[in-house]
Design a protein around this ligand. Structure first.
Ligand SMILES: Cc1ncc(COP(=O)(O)O)c(C=O)c1O
Length: 389
């Protein structure tokens, strides 16, 4: 591919890269890096000092309480990754092998993988152009066209399989039209599990994402707004689901002072205390990080407006955490020109993910036209979005 050879594009690529270098004032600018500016060292040292570096410890209990209280959920269960939390959420909600689960094509691969771990198949319905998350209209159209309700449950007319759950995702921290999706799921007898991996701190109509269905999950991977190094969290208001998620993700061990007895096949999905210590310190600075990202988003929005480029702003009724900020360019070739120029010049930018419905292992799954997702994936460029101190 020719590198920004076009007379119109090259100065534009240069101007964008110059602006970002000026903002971040660094030689090499990553897409998103952790900001470890609070009590991280103190809490990590406490783990080392007490020897509680592994799968039990005060910080695990603390972060579960902190996230429950921050999001307003009744229960939170810490795990070793967002993927593990999504797997457990679906399993504890009762998704079974041979079920079908509706999700969106524009997402990170973990969304579909967690469905597949259970032997269920994903169905990909299109995203909305504004929110980039699942489109309530596409969901509703798909259900009306392909599904029937029998004894309160939703079945696919073509495969005769039970569609047990729906997993919308809050893309880059923008919350999708989740209340409409929740209503549609309710009327069809489908369980709603939110993949809010990217959404800590994001709200819809003042309610934290992850709280609109049976359960929601967050990721605290190193590239997220706040991090535990690696980790995830399931939130729910359902006591039985929370208890089962805790039990299954901690090897299904029956609590006992010294005996090892397990009552089913469990998973070692525990969040180590070391990771929880890091997360505790990060949660203490979450609101500061959110403020800093919002200011960054405002500066980006102003700059791109002057260039006549569409900056991805939070949709109406959504208060976004602006996890990954991005722009929408004219077409795929303009996208690739900027990606190539920026990455060549030490400013990391990336496209959105290859659509899940086009990945080798999911390309034969059922889907609608996915036309909005295709349009967006050709045009989105994610910009450096790290928290400035
Ligand atoms: C949409 C989405 N779902 C799930 C995950 C999985 O989270 P983790 O990397 O913590 O397993 C991620 C991110 O990393 C994600 O972006």
């Amino acid at each position: 591919m020719e590198k920004c050879s076009n007379k119109y594009s090259k100065p534009r690529c240069e101007e964008i890269v110059r602006f970002i270098k000026n903002e971040y004032n660094r030689k090499k600018i990553p897409l998103h890096e952790p900001r470890l500016l609070g009590r991280e060292m103190e809490y990590l040292w406490r783990c080392i000092d007490t020897g509680y570096v592994s799968s039990v410890g005060e910080f695990v209990v603390d972060v579960e309480k902190d996230i429950a209280s921050y999001t307003g959920a009744k229960y939170a269960v810490a795990m070793c990754s967002g993927t593990a939390a999504l797997h457990m959420a679906l399993m504890c909600a009762g998704v079974k092998a041979d079920d079908e689960v509706i999700t969106q094509p524009l997402s990170f691969v973990a969304t579909a993988n967690a469905i597949s771990y259970l032997g269920a198949s994903p169905i990909f319905v299109d995203v909305d152009m504004e929110t980039m998350g699942m489109s309530p209209k596409s969901l509703s159209d798909f259900l009306d066209l392909h599904c029937v309700k029998r004894y309160g449950k939703c079945y696919n007319k073509h495969t005769n399989k039970h569609i047990s759950a729906c997993v919308p995702m809050h893309t880059f921290g923008m919350v999708c039209q989740i209340d409409e999706i929740a209503q549609i799921c309710q009327s069809w007898g489908i369980m709603l599990i939110e993949d809010a991996a990217e959404g800590i701190g994001s709200k819809y109509k003042d309610i934290h994402c992850g709280r609109f269905g049976l359960a929601g999950v967050f990721s605290f991977n190193g590239n997220k707004v706040i991090t535990s190094g690696g980790g995830g969290m399931l939130i729910t208001d359902d006591e039985a689901l929370a208890k089962r998620a805790k039990h299954l993700s901690t090897t299904a061990k029956i609590p006992h002072l010294y005996e090892y007895d397990h009552d089913e096949i469990g998973y070692n999905y525990r969040m180590p205390n070391l990771n929880a210590a890091l997360l505790k310190a990060q949660i203490e600075n979450l609101d500061l990080c959110l403020m800093s990202k919002r200011r960054q988003a405002e500066r980006y929005a102003k700059f791109f407006e002057t260039m006549g480029i569409k900056f991805i702003n939070e949709p109406i009724e959504c208060n976004s955490n602006y996890w990954l900020m991005g722009i929408i360019l004219e077409d795929r070739s303009k996208r690739d020109e900027l990606l190539e120029f920026a990455n060549d010049n030490d400013v990391m930018m990336r496209p959105a993910w290859k659509l899940l419905s086009q990945l080798k292992m999911y390309k034969n799954c059922m889907k609608d036209s996915n036309q909005n997702a295709k349009y967006l994936v050709d045009r989105i460029v994610c910009l450096p979005s790290g928290v400035l101190s």
